[in-house]
Each structure stands twice: as structure tokens, then as C-alpha cells.
Design a binder for this molecule. Structure first.
Ligand SMILES: [Zn+2]
Length: 133
């Protein structure tokens, strides 16, 4: 019955970033930090369609890892601090900026897959219909 119900489209930003079901917005998307649940506990949406692959890691590498390493290199070049300064500043900054965004990014990508109905392409074997005149 839940599959037949009409669901109003919900923005993937509001559901995915909060880790909520992309269809109902109520159920949980994750069963841990990054593990997807098999389905939504509220509406029953099967999450087997979800395959963000390396998407979250790509965004984190581009927008968090590279700037974090650049910060560490800048600290090293500009101040030439002792090693423990990097342990107290660079390493925690790198870990926080690279690990914390993974979950919201993965949720956003999965919700976007559902919202935009993104899936692998398939060959259409039906006969083409002549154009209507
Ligand atoms: Zn749901």
C-alpha cells in the first residue's frame, strides 16, 4: 500500500543532508555512519537503487582534503613549526573536514538519485513507432 501512495517530491537537499528517506522524508537513510539501510522503516522504499559509488569521496577530496593539505603546507612553509603543531592543528583539521561531510554528501547523492530517477541506461528493444501525422 505504501508503494502505491502518492508522495510529494521532496528536495534532495532537505532529505539527503539530514540522512532522511528521499521519498517520505521521515525514515532514516543510514544504518550507521555511512552504511545504507536496506529500506525505509516508514514508507518501505527499497534503497537498492542507491549507488553513489565514489561520489562522496570525490567531493571530499576536491573540496576538503586538498584545502586541508594546503593549509598544512602553508603552516609548515610560513612558520616552520615543530612536529606537534601539525598533530594539534593540521591533523584534527584534516580529519574533521574530510570525515564529517561524507555522510551528508552521501545522503544528498542518494536522495538526488531518487529525485532525478538516475539509473543505468538500458537498451530499448521495442519497435519504433512511426511519428503521428
Ligand atoms: Zn521513507
Amino acid at each position: 500500500m505504501a508503494d502505491q501512495a502518492e508522495w510529494a517530491p521532496i528536495s534532495p537537499y532537505s532529505t539527503g543532508i539530514r540522512g532522511r528517506c528521499p521519498r517520505c522524508g521521515q525514515g532514516h537513510l543510514f544504518n550507521g555512519f555511512l552504511t545504507l539501510r536496506p529500506s525505509c522503516e516508514v514508507c518501505g522504499l527499497d534503497y537498492s537503487f542507491a549507488d553513489p559509488a565514489d561520489g562522496p569521496a570525490f567531493f571530499v577530496i576536491c573540496f576538503a582534503c586538498v584545502p586541508s593539505v594546503a593549509l598544512a603546507v602553508w603552516i609548515e612553509v610560513a612558520f616552520q613549526p615543530p612536529f606537534w603543531v601539525h598533530l594539534l592543528i593540521s591533523l584534527p583539521f584534516l580529519l574533521l573536514t574530510c570525515i564529517l561531510p561524507l555522510r551528508p554528501l552521501k545522503g544528498w547523492l542518494v536522495a538526488s538519485q531518487f529525485f532525478y530517477k538516475a539509473e543505468q541506461g538500458r537498451i530499448d528493444h521495442r519497435k519504433p513507432q512511426p511519428p503521428a501525422v
